[in-house]
Ligand binder design. Structure first.
Ligand SMILES: *Cc1c(COP(=O)(O)O)cnc(C)c1O
Length: 401
């Protein structure tokens, strides 16, 4: 062979005796075939075979297989973000004329997707109270083909009775999807409770270092995976093996990270509930939290994200207190090593839940820093909240449980 060819056609080297603990990053667009017949038959390789880099590489399949085992499902499909995971489930499960039910506490961009993308294409949505439980049956009609759940709810942390919702949905011929980003499969396994699609933003705890965006959809039945893979192929959606390898690496340490974050977040929530009125602290491990009993029944623990209601009397001081924080960063996405504070205003996102706090709710994501340094940042915030809550006129209306 001449030089130009030698630049392209490499000699093969032995892999004999090379065993690494890391998952190789296999980059590929083209997949090559050993003979013309294999190429002609490539479409019969099915969703588990290799046909084109977009549809999977050994790197992405390794991550999918690991997530499938953790979720106790049958297959997992990777997508470029958590939002894409939710959207792809809805695009797969719903046709024009169908209806999806979404909880009032859903990750807000999901409502935007339903209103601005699905609705103009003839797919309807209705919003339900996340605490509805078996009462979801009364909201169903023959057009309802998917019930979406997210537990605990975004920012306000209501824990949903997923088994009750699944029972009602399946009895009435609807599928159930669950956004399990907060819990991860280490703390809750929706598929085991009968959920059909579980969506996870791997961006958060699986990635774990605030440097990658990815989503995953795990399913309970093979037929649903085939339908998802069809949707992804039609839309041309795939993920990069480089990012998949970062997620594989993140997954290895997720257990210890989550255990630490859970311990610190729960201790902080309990400490805050002793200083400020307990009902201002929104954390599923606190007995007053909506769905606390269901959380104890269904979840193996809590992760590192919870919230505190900021009474109106403390609103003015909050921006200064946030800026003064030395260790906490201010930001929205969570699940990384760095602790975050995110002031949220949810009232405009809620339409069917009574008594939602109209002002700021401070969302707290615990990272891996020393807890005493974190508490030094939180202490003045909690003290300000406690002071404001004591003034009778400032007593904040929050949801009755
Ligand atoms: C962050 C998040 C998402 C979206 O994930 P991205 O990867 O940022 O698109 C979806 N659901 C929940 C509960 C989230 O926290």
């Amino acid at each position: 062979m001449r030089d130009q060819t030698l630049c392209v056609v490499r000699p093969s080297v032995s892999q004999e005796g090379f065993a690494s603990l890391s998952v190789p990053t296999y980059r590929a667009s083209t997949i090559v075939f050993p003979d013309a017949q294999s190429y002609a038959d490539r479409k019969y390789r099915g969703p588990d075979g290799y046909s084109y880099g977009l549809h999977g590489t050994p790197t992405t399949r390794t991550l999918e297989a690991a997530l499938t085992e953790l979720q106790q499902g049958v297959r997992t499909a990777l997508v470029p973000s958590g939002q894409a995971a939710v959207a792809v489930v809805m695009l797969t499960a719903l046709m024009p004329g169908d209806t999806v039910l979404i909880p009032d506490t859903v990750y807000p961009p999901v409502t935007g997707f339903c209103e601005n993308f699905l609705k103009p294409r003839g797919i309807n949505y209705r919003i339900y109270d996340p605490m509805v439980g078996a009462g979801i049956a009364t909201l169903m009609d023959s057009t309802v083909k998917l019930i979406w759940t997210e537990s605990p709810g975004s920012t306000t942390m209501e824990v949903q009775d997923i088994p009750a919702i699944v029972a009602a949905a399946h009895k009435n011929g609807a599928l159930v999807g669950c956004d399990n980003t907060w819990a991860t499969p280490l703390l809750f396994k929706p598929l085991v409770h009968g959920v059909d699609f579980v969506a996870e933003a791997l961006t958060k705890y699986v990635g774990g270092h605030s440097d990658l965006l990815m989503g995953a959809i795990s399913v309970r039945e093979l037929a649903l995976h085939r339908r998802l893979k069809d949707t992804l192929r039609m839309l041309g959606i795939g993920i990069s093996p480089d990012e998949a390898s970062l997620a594989v690496r993140g997954l290895e340490t997720m257990g210890v990270r989550l255990a630490h974050m859970s311990r610190v977040a729960t201790a902080f929530a309990e400490r805050m509930a002793k200083i400020a009125p307990a009902e201002l602290v929104l954390h599923p491990a606190l007995p007053h939290c909506p769905g606390h009993a269901v959380w104890k029944r269904d979840f193996a623990g809590s992760s590192g994200v919870f919230s505190v209601v900021v009474p109106s009397g403390a609103e003015a001081a909050l921006p200064g207190l946030l800026t003064a924080a030395k260790v906490f960063a201010i930001g929205a996405s969570w699940g990384g090593t760095r602790s975050l504070l995110a002031p949220m205003n949810v009232v405009s996102d809620r339409s069917v839940t009574a008594n939602v706090h109209a002002g700021t709710i401070l969302r707290i994501s615990i990272g891996l820093e020393d807890p005493e340094d974190l508490w030094a940042d939180l202490a003045p915030i909690v003290a300000t909240i406690a002071d404001a809550a004591q003034a009778p006129a400032q007593r904040t209306a929050i949801r009755s449980t």
